[in-house]
Design a protein around this ligand. Structure first.
Ligand code: HMG
Ligand code: MG
Length: 333
């Protein structure tokens, strides 16, 4: 039987903020990461090492990484921080900070004991991982990363080799798995499955299957999950990443839960969007997901009240409306 624990990957500081037009002070971003770490969330995607010309909002992610490496977390459990990057340049930029701050203990370039740990943290062993990303359609891959799908996989080979040498886990996203802003709603699930198999064979530790546009529906999600299983992909190697553009993210999450998926990406206050997916809105709100999972008797380790406070706070800071219904309702109680 599938576990009753659901792992939530909080992507608010990265996916949630990357599309904000106003420049957000780095102090606010760091405060968001710190506040999220106090809610019981154990995995946080905290920034990205992408081209600042493509996604200017993420330009100061190295400062967030420096802060996270330097400042002990006051929570008892280790936190896994994930850092998104598209190419070897992004990995180099990440490693130059990570090695300098944590390197004395990580032992790079000699492989450190796995998992890579940040011994400067008060909580002991915070873990850092990287995420890479490609997509199920050629058009989206071009718009998002200026290369073909095949070229994106080629880019990953040296990234994977260097990351493994450094003792870093690698998560791989497959975007537009349930609909593409350029090629339409009908993306071939076999294409997604083929990519997932290639990425796992290449050494990816987890595949995050992303509904970038929110075009996914219950039947399409079920069909995709069946196709992934038929291709031999283990449920434990999969995370699902739903954007909520059409309000279907929780429905699709339930379909995925029934299928045995136990890792989901979400963003506090429903922040988010991809600059290269016009019209797409935020990720499923973490508060809504947590509320739903707890109602099913599943465990997340997350304190919904604390999380809802963070959602209200960041919405206020950004001058945005809070997109989490459960978050607003929890705060109104
Ligand atoms: P390019 O312009 O083809 O790159 O962009 P290039 O290799 O030709 O380099 C051009 C310039 O960019 C050079 O600088 C490089 O040094 C610099 P110059 O010599 O002209 O001064 N550069 C970089 N600088 C910093 N960090 C880097 C980097 N790489 C090159 N890593 C590239 C190709 C892949 C870099 C670009 O297209 C890019 O950064 N794309 C990322 C766009 C992005 O941030 N998208 C959003 C994240 S993905 C997402 O949201 C989806 C997800 O949530 C799942 C889902 O919902 O689908 C994950
Ligand atoms: Mg996304």
């Amino acid at each position: 039987a599938a576990s009753d624990f659901v792992r939530i990957v909080e992507v608010g500081p990265r996916d949630g903020l990357q599309n904000e037009k106003q420049s957000i002070p780095v102090a606010t971003k760091i405060e968001l990461v710190n506040k999220l770490a106090q809610t019981g969330l154990k995995t946080i995607e905290a920034g990205s090492f992408v081209s600042p010309r493509w996604t200017p909002q993420m330009a100061n992610s190295s400062q967030i990484l420096e802060h996270v490496l330097q400042t002990p977390t006051s929570v008892a459990h280790p936190i896994t921080y994930q850092w998104l990057l598209p190419n070897i340049k992004g990995l180099d930029n990440f490693l130059s900070v990570w090695q300098a701050k944590a390197g004395g203990n990580s032992g790079y370039p000699t492989p450190p004991p796995s998992p890579a740990s940040d011994a400067t943290s008060g909580a002991g062993a915070n873990v850092h991982e990287i995420s890479i990303f490609t997509a199920a359609t050629e058009a989206f891959t071009q718009k998002n990363t200026n290369c073909s799908i095949a070229e994106s996989l080629k880019r990953f080979e040296p990234i994977m080799a260097q990351a493994k040498e450094a003792g870093l886990n690698v998560r791989a996203y497959i975007s537009v798995a349930l609909g593409c802003p350029y090629e339409g709603p009908n993306v071939d699930p076999h294409k997604v499955a083929g990519l997932a198999v290639s990425l796992l064979e290449m050494g990816a530790d987890e595949i995050s299957v992303a509904d970038t546009t929110g075009m996914g529906t219950a039947p399409k999600t079920a069909e995709l999950l069946k196709t992934l299983s038929a291709a031999g992909i283990e449920k434990s190697d999969l995370a699902l990443h739903f954007h909520d553009t059409y309000g279907q993210a929780l429905v699709n999450s339930l379909v995925s839960l029934e299928h045995g998926i136990r890792t989901f990406d979400s963003a506090v206050a429903g922040l988010g969007g991809c600059p290269f997916s016009p019209g797409a809105t935020g990720n499923v709100a973490s508060e809504d997901l947590v509320h739903c999972l707890h109602s099913l008797g599943l465990r997340t380790g997350v304190d919904i009240e604390k999380l809802s406070e963070v959602g209200e706070w960041i919405s206020y800071e950004l001058g945005r409306s809070n997109e989490s219904r459960a978050g607003k309702a929890t705060m109104a109680q």
